[in-house]
Write a protein that binds this ligand. Structure first.
Ligand SMILES: Nc1nc2c(c(=O)[nH]1)N[C@H]1C(S)=C(S)[C@@H](COP(=O)(O)OP(=O)(O)OC[C@H]3O[C@@H](n4cnc5c(=O)[nH]c(N)nc54)[C@H](O)[C@@H]3O)O[C@H]1N2
Ligand SMILES: Nc1nc2c(c(=O)[nH]1)N[C@H]1C(S)=C(S)[C@@H](COP(=O)(O)OP(=O)(O)OC[C@H]3O[C@@H](n4cnc5c(=O)[nH]c(N)nc54)[C@H](O)[C@@H]3O)O[C@H]1N2
Ligand code: SF4
Ligand SMILES: [Mo]
Length: 694
């Protein structure tokens, strides 16, 4: 360890400065960066060209990390809300005592399940998150949840139901790419290196998106669908592939269950019928199906858009089935099963016998994910269903901006007995808390990065702790300190993050030093094609489950049946008379990460307004103009946006971004309208109207 507490030896120092190699932990891109410090202040950030995957790339957020982490409004001290509603600074010791005491009191009076802990997007794939789950198990509450309540886990479940695991698209060796409700150009820009290389080699591109994004315009086929109808489109593609005999018969016979039932189901989804449902011209569906089935190896990846709809799990299942029957499973250039790096497990058995919130309503979500479903915490707080929730700790989420039905969630968080929020900033969620804790940034902790699911290489690395933060705590430090204060010393024996990492990394055979000193990371294995031929698939039948008995057991459709979005012009024609527009919320914006960074001037100036995207014809019909402020409204609520005209979308569709405090898209979404399997909100397919202001 160096004098400054930096655990890596890989840094260069001059008399005044030191330059360290880190990996950005804001999004899953994991960009390698060289950061030069003078004391604890950042003086320069550069993308590291030698980094094997990210090759020197940094997005606007990575380049502006100094502005983010040295922002004048960063929280510095723990704060407690006084009876008059003012904030008072307290020490970490006081904060830990108050939290330990309150949690113990709630547990003694109401049972441990009356306490929930949520780790938001800032904890996704971060090393501290399994320790929070471990804390919950030691404390005895089943109510541990993550951003997986509305992100990623829906497609994990879908793929686990079909194949037993979520495969990774092997863009590096593919001949054909389907980006399905996925727009990596904005959501994961460094991944575009391998996608563009594939396209330059002549790989085909199919984009499924209601918007003519730059990638969609570049595609061989752009399937511009009505939001929320992905499941119907997937059945239409399956219809063409099966009726034209374009599938891999040997694979289907040997490795699938339910193909005959699927054939009858997709018989109802001829491309003409699919056109009525999805608005995609018949010949485009045919063209895409033929292209996909005949340009193997092909890989498809469903983005978050497929998950954020009431038919999400079944749509993702249909997409997975299409990938399997076209023979693209676990082959080079197809969808590969890449095992995760084997780290020591942090799982503790939770002896609490009360089911987690959501476990009765979304049994498959809880079974596959071992988490509570946070989207219905508001019901537990306000309606006491399935039982009352009295205390909540939120770490790394700005829930009132990002969770569905913000109005109801705000009432719930105002109502709850005890709310703690750990964050970098005094967010809208933190403002509702009894106690706010200042989190140190990822630069002040060692952080494991894992490129496997994004880049397909089985590579893991360690971004070292590169700066000190004596006033704030890292999330790991906080949860360990709280656990020890509550007497869970046996469960939390580690004295430092480095010591804990040594335990975690032991099965890899790499020490903390070795891993953090090797900026290229550690290759922990290699992909072996068609491993299923030896071991079978990790499903109950050992095969690809087109027909799922697990779904059937819980009363769900065993086949990937298409159901209209809960709220759509087809399912609710009456409502559609008043709210005629199909609303999709939350496409990603380059300078922001969900609710983050509108307080950072250098980022805000890049996209200063929350904009509703409207087709020019619709705008004419509504009598609204470019730049005008309008109200977008759903049955739940409304928010104000600035009109931006675009002919990249259908005139019946409108797009709004999420993440804005003053234009909160989640005022319009609902925590009742949820995917019945995953409990995910229908953020991408609702009904809305636009009215002029005043
Ligand atoms: N800059 C930035 N990057 C991010 C994030 C961020 O906030 N900012 N967030 C990160 C996180 S947590 C996530 S989950 C990922 C998500 O990243 P992606 O999965 O790429 O998701 P989005 O960009 O939200 O949406 C992808 C596309 O879906 C389209 N779309 C909208 N509705 C529908 C629909 O009903 N069906 C289909 N097929 N397409 C639809 C949109 O037009 C958009 O182009 O991004 C990550 N990366
Ligand atoms: N309408 C609509 N809503 C959506 C979506 C959509 O498409 N449409 N997308 C959904 C998706 S995919 C996701 S993932 C969620 C994300 O929603 P959230 O989980 O709420 O994530 P963020 O908005 O990024 O908020 C992260 C918070 O963590 C803080 N933070 C950053 N780093 C750290 C850290 O190291 N420690 C701690 N303790 N805090 C930190 C940030 O300041 C920020 O306030 O939003 C969902 N909400
Ligand atoms: S794309 Fe941007 S936010 Fe994501 S890891 Fe790279 S620099 Fe960080
Ligand atoms: Mo997400």
């Amino acid at each position: 360890m160096s004098e400054s507490g930096v655990i890596s030896r890989r840094y260069q120092a001059t008399e005044d400065t030191r330059t360290v190699q880190a990996v950005c932990a804001i999004c899953n891109g994991g960009c390698g960066m060289d950061i030069t410090f003078e004391g604890d202040a950042i003086v320069e950030i550069k993308g590291r060209k030698e980094h094997p995957a990210t090759r020197g790339y940094l997005c606007q957020k990575g380049r502006n990390l100094k502005d983010i982490f040295e922002a004048p409004d960063r929280l510095v001290h723990p704060l407690i809300k006084t009876a008059s509603g003012e904030w008072r600074e307290i020490s970490w010791d006081e904060a830990l005592d108050i939290i330990a005491e309150k949690l113990s009191e709630v547990k003694a009076k109401h049972g441990a399940e009356a306490v929930a802990v949520h780790v938001g997007q800032a904890g996704v794939r971060k090393e501290f998150t399994p320790y929070v789950q471990r804390f919950c198990a030691a404390f005895g509450t089943p109510n541990f949840s993550t951003a997986g309540s509305h992100c990623h886990i829906s497609k994990v479940i879908a793929n686990e139901l079909v194949y037993g695991a979520l495969p990774v698209p092997d863009y590096t060796h593919t001949n054909s790419i389907v980006l399905w409700g996925y727009n990596p150009q904005i959501s994961c820009p460094p991944q575009m290196f391998i996608i563009n290389e594939a396209l330059d080699r002549g790989a085909k591109l199919i984009v499924v998106d209601p918007k003519a994004t730059p990638l969609a315009r570049k595609a061989d086929v752009h399937l511009q669908l009505r939001p929320g109808t992905d499941g119907a489109l997937a059945l239409g593609l399956l219809n063409v592939v099966i009726s034209e005999n374009l599938y891999n018969k040997a694979f289907v016979e040997k490795w699938t269950v339910g193909f005959d039932e699927l054939t009858s189901l997709v018989g109802e989804y001829a491309p003409q019928r699919v056109e009525e449902i999805t608005w995609i011209p018949t010949q485009k569906t045919q063209e895409a199906a033929r292209l996909y089935a005949t340009s193997s190896p092909a890989c498809s990846y469903p983005g978050i858009a497929v998950e954020l709809q009431t038919n999400g799990v079944q749509a993702a299942r249909a997409i997975a089935i299409l990938q399997a029957i076209t023979g693209n499973l676990d082959i080079k250039g197809g969808a590969i099963f890449a095992p995760g790096a084997a780290l020591s497990s942090l799982k503790l058995t939770n002896t609490c016998s009360t089911p987690a919130i959501g476990e009765n309503r979304f049994p498959i979500f809880c079974e596959h994910n071992d988490n509570a479903q946070a989207n219905i915490y508001a019901d537990a707080i306000l309606d006491k269903t399935p039982y009352p929730l009295r205390a909540l700790i939120i770490s790394g989420s700005n829930a009132v901006i990002t969770w569905p039905n913000a109005k109801r969630l705000i009432s719930a968080l105002e109502d709850i007995e005890f709310l703690v929020v750990m964050d970098h900033f005094m967010t809208e969620t933190a403002k509702l808390a009894d106690l706010v804790l200042p989190a140190a940034s990822f630069l002040a902790r060692p952080e494991i990065w894992d490129h496997t699911s994004i880049y397909g290489a089985l590579r893991i690395g360690l971004s070292p702790k590169v700066s000190e933060d004596k006033k704030r705590m890292t999330d790991w430090q906080f949860w360990t300190a709280l656990a020890r204060r509550m007497g869970y010393n046996d469960e939390f024996p580690w004295q430092s993050e480095e010591e804990a990492l040594t335990y975690r990394l032991a099965p890899l055979g790499a020490t903390v030093y070795e891993l953090s000193d090797n900026e290229n990371g550690h290759i922990y294995g290699e992909h072996k094609e068609k491993a299923y031929e030896k071991d079978g698939f990790r499903t109950p039948s050992g095969k690809v489950e087109i027909y799922s008995k697990e779904l059937e057991k819980y009363g769900y459709d065993p086949l990937p049946v298409y159901r209209e979005p809960h709220e759509s012009p087809v399912s609710m024609p009456e409502l559609a008379r008043e709210y005629p527009l199909v609303l999709t919320t939350g496409k990603r914006m380059p300078s922001y990460h969900h609710s983050r960074y509108r307080n950072i001037a250098s980022l805000l100036k890049l996209a200063p307004d929350p904009e509703v995207e409207v087709h020019p014809e619709k705008a004419r019909e509504l009598g609204i103009n470019e730049g005008e402020r309008v109200i977008v409204e759903s049955l739940r609520g409304s928010a104000e946006f600035v009109v931006r005209l675009t002919d990249e979308i259908d005139s019946r569709v409108v797009f709004i971004p999420h993440g804005w405090e003053d234009a909160n898209a989640n005022m319009l979404t609902d925590n009742e309208i949820l995917d019945p399997i995953s409990g995910f909100p229908a953020d991408r397919a609702l009904l809305a109207k636009i009215r002029k202001k005043g």
